[in-house]
Ligand binder design. Sequence first.
Ligand SMILES: NC(=O)c1ccc[n+]([C@@H]2O[C@H](COP(=O)([O-])OP(=O)(O)OC[C@H]3O[C@@H](n4cnc5c(N)ncnc54)[C@H](OP(=O)(O)O)[C@@H]3O)[C@@H](O)[C@H]2O)c1
Ligand SMILES: *[C@@H]1O[C@H](CO)[C@@H](O)[C@H](O)[C@H]1NC(C)=O
Length: 320
Amino acid sequence: MWLFLITWTMVVLFSIKIFNKLSTGRCYADTVMSGKVVVVTGASGGIGFETALELARRGAKLIIACRDHQKGERAVRRIIRRTNNKRVRFIHLDLTSLASVRKFVAQLEASEAKLDVLINNAGAICTTRERTEDGILKDLQINYLGPFLLTVLLVPMLKRAAPSRVVVVSSSWHKFGTVEDINSGRHGYIQSYANSKLCNVIFSKELARRLEGTGVDVYSLNPGQVNTSLYRSSTVLEKLRSLLLYAFFKTPEEGAQTSVYLATSYEVDQMSGKYFEDCQEARASYKADDEESAAKLWSLSEELVKLTPDEINKSFGDVS
Ligand SMILES: NC(=O)c1ccc[n+]([C@@H]2O[C@H](COP(=O)([O-])OP(=O)(O)OC[C@H]3O[C@@H](n4cnc5c(N)ncnc54)[C@H](OP(=O)(O)O)[C@@H]3O)[C@@H](O)[C@H]2O)c1
Ligand SMILES: *[C@@H]1O[C@H](CO)[C@@H](O)[C@H](O)[C@H]1NC(C)=O
C-alpha cells in the first residue's frame, strides 16, 4: 500500500516537473549587446547574477549593483572568468539607504555618458517590521521605493541612450497586494512583500505613461518560483520551498530568462508598460490598471524618497 502511494506520488511529481520544464519560457532573441551599458541591481546571486551573466555573454558593458562589496566583487570575477567580457564592474548600492541610491547615481553619471538598460532586480523578504534610516519599512524600500528613486534619477541617462529600457522584477504575489497604508507597518511580512511587488507593477505602468514618446520603454515581470535564497529570512517559507522545490521551482538560469528577454528582444518594442511571464505578455492584477491610484502612489513615493522639484524637472521636464 505505502509503496504504491509513494510510487504514484513520485510519478505525479515527476510529471509536474516535466510539464513545468516544458512550459518555462526561454529567451530566443539573439540580440548582441556590445556597446550597451547595462545596470543590474542585486546581481550578486540568484536571478540577478544569471541575468548579468547572460548579458555579459552578449557583450554588454555591465555594472553590478548590490550592497555587499565582497559578494559584488566575487560576482564580477566569476562573470569575467566565464564570459571573457572584461567590461564588467561593481558599484556599491544599498537600497535601504536613499543616500546610497543618490551616491550610486552620482558615481554612474561620473563614469558613463548614457544608460541603455536598467534592471531593477534586487529584492528581499523582511520578516521584521524594521524601518530604514529614511523612516521607511525596510522591505518596501528595498523592493519599491529605493528602485523608484534610482529609476527616476537615472531617467536623464536613459533618455540619452534612447531607445533604452527599464525592467522591473515583480512577482505573481503582486496579485495579493494592496496600496493602502503601505508604509504603516500594520501588514504582516508576506502581505508587505506582496504590496511592494504590486507597487512595482503600478510604477512600471505609470512610468511608461510618463515616458511615452521619449524612447524609454518600461516593463515588469514575474520570474516564476525560482530556487534562490530569497526566502532565507523566513523559516515557514523556507520549509515550504524545500517541500515544493523539486517539482515546482525553476533554476536561477531559467528564472532569468524573462529579464534577459525584456532587456534584449525586439519583439517588445511597442509594448511599454506591459507585464510579462515566461517571455510572454501576461495579465497583471486589475489593481494595476487603476490610473488614479497609480498617480496617488506616485506622489506618495516622491514624498517618501524626498525627490526635489529640481530632480523631478531634470527627469520629466520639457527641457532635457
Ligand atoms: N525567487 C523567487 O521565487 C522569486 C519569485 C518572484 C519574484 N522574485 C523576485 O526576483 C528578484 C530577485 O530575487 P532572487 O530570487 O534572485 O533573490 P536573492 O537570491 O535573495 O537575490 C536578491 C538580490 O538582491 C540584493 N539585495 C538585497 N537587499 C538589498 C539591498 N538592501 N540593497 C541592494 N541589493 C540588495 C541581494 O544582494 P546582497 O547579496 O548584497 O544581499 C541579492 O543580490 C527579487 O526582486 C524577488 O522579489 C523572486
Ligand atoms: C537549489 O539550489 C541549491 C543551492 O544553489 C542547489 O544545491 C540545489 O541542487 C537546487 N535544487 C534544485 C532542485 O534545483
